[in-house]
Design a protein around this ligand. Structure first.
Ligand code: ADP
Ligand code: MG
Length: 400
């Protein structure tokens, strides 16, 4: 992957707390256009919450999420904390200050509060209006495409164009940026309504988007079924008539019909038989190549993401602990948690298997963060590890 590739999704200091549970705690990463970014970590480490935060199922606690350069998610906690800190710091310092410096401290405090409030307002505005901004862009695109065509055309041709234009314009006005991000879930049967036919399931998003042309909808559903390796005869059936792998294909069709630019695949093969897993992975890979999709691929172990991902982020207990290209991560795993994940992967090599020792990760024994706290640091270009200064030096030496 080239470094200068366009960033499609930027997750910046994302925090998502549920009461005292810090499900995601200060996680940052970019997903570049066209790549597969693997997000890996054991069950409960915050992967699904990260995905759900990106598709705006929550008002995130803190941090920013940018998609196609537009801020779609913005949390407020960091601004509130900064205001609280400013007030606290003023109180502390004011105790011992004389009148003149007290007044200077006060105006410094007020300046900080004013600035943070301004940013908070901007955050609230962006997360509410990101769709509006996108819809305006889409309306402009539709006008730019159709108006010249309409004025150049005559008669029947012009009437057809006019009606197409009205249809497209209506959809553009309702366009929502987040529909360009689609999520595929682990358990397809739980996410597909059992009372709907496959056709109804796959076309639902289009209808919500404002598509009214039945013929077009049916044609798209048929195309989609073929794209995901099913047949059009399947359209009239219900999900219980299908196998797990086929159901996941239906789930993929339902997402892909929305012409997403980013797919978040949340453990899409974890519930499937091993023999079926590779087929579904291959399908996702084909789709990415043919449709130019970008994929955020979530998994609980590294074996599934190894060959499929360009870059991998490893999460542990709500935090990102290591981030590197897939090759680099397998060649030079640095964080002890990454090493323990790697040691869990069996390989079809009897000699290796005889020697393979599972490493368990015990954070308290591994790190001393009592004084020097860890931060995400770049150990070598594009390889980041969460570590403190002493560990940083150790990792650098290890790479030599
Ligand atoms: N809606 C929620 N309310 C409260 N806690 C939640 C909610 N969703 C997730 N959690 C908690 O957040 C943590 C991360 O969960 P999750 O993102 O589902 O992890 P993963 O997908 O990596 O298995 C877990 O401790 C989980 O119990
Ligand atoms: Mg999950």
């Amino acid at each position: 992957m080239e470094n200068n590739q366009e960033v499609l999704l930027r997750v910046e200091h994302l925090c998502q707390f549920f009461g005292s549970t810090k499900a995601v705690n200060d996680v940052s990463f970019d997903v570049k256009k066209g790549e597969v970014f693997g997000l890996v970590g054991e069950s409960g480490c915050g992967k699904t919450t990260t995905g759900r935060s990106i598709i705006k199922l929550y008002d995130i606690t803190s941090g920013n999420i940018y998609f196609k350069g537009i801020r779609i998610g913005a949390g407020l906690m960091s601004y509130r904390v900064a205001i609280r800190e400013a007030k606290k710091s003023f109180k502390e310092k004011a105790k011992t200050a004389d009148a003149a410096s007290r007044s200077a401290l006060k105006s410094e405090r007020d300046r900080i509060i004013h600035e943070q409030k301004k940013q908070m307002k901007a955050a609230k505005y962006d997360r509410k209006h990101c769709d509006k901004e996108y819809a305006e862009q889409q309306v402009a695109l539709v006008k730019g495409k159709y108006l010249p065509l309409i004025s150049a055309a005559r008669g029947e041709k012009q009437r057809t164009l006019r009606s197409e234009y009205r249809n497209e314009l209506r959809k553009a006005k309702k366009a929502r940026l987040v529909t360009k991000i689609q999520m595929i879930f682990q358990d397809p049967s739980a996410s597909l309504d059992p009372r709907l036919t496959v056709r109804e399931i796959i076309s639902e998003g289009l209808i919500i988007q404002g598509e009214k042309n039945k013929e077009l909808i049916n044609q798209k559903v048929d195309e989609m079924l073929e794209t995901v390796g099913l047949v059009r005869e399947h359209a009239g059936r219900y999900q219980h008539e299908f196998s797990g792998g086929q159901r996941q294909r239906i789930g993929i069709a339902r997402s892909v019909i929305m012409q997403p630019e980013l797919i978040i695949a949340d453990e899409p093969v974890s519930a499937l038989d091993v023999s079926i897993q590779a087929q579904v992975i291959n399908l996702l890979n084909d789709l990415r190549e043919h449709l130019g999709l970008t994929v955020l691929f979530i998994a609980h172990d590294l074996s599934v993401v190894k060959y499929f991902s360009d870059r991998i982020g490893v999460m542990y207990f709500g935090e990102m602990v290591e981030l590197a290209s897939s090759d680099e991560l397998f060649l030079n795993p640095l964080h002890p948690y990454t090493r323990s994940l790697l040691s869990a992967i069996p390989l079809p090599d009897p000699e290796y298997e005889k020697k393979r020792k599972r490493i368990t990760y015990n954070p308290l024994a591994e790190h001393d963060y009592s004084v020097d706290k860890p931060t995400m640091r770049e150990i070598k270009p594009e390889h980041f590890v969460k570590c403190n200064q002493a560990e940083y030096e150790k990792y650098l030496a290890q790479l030599k």
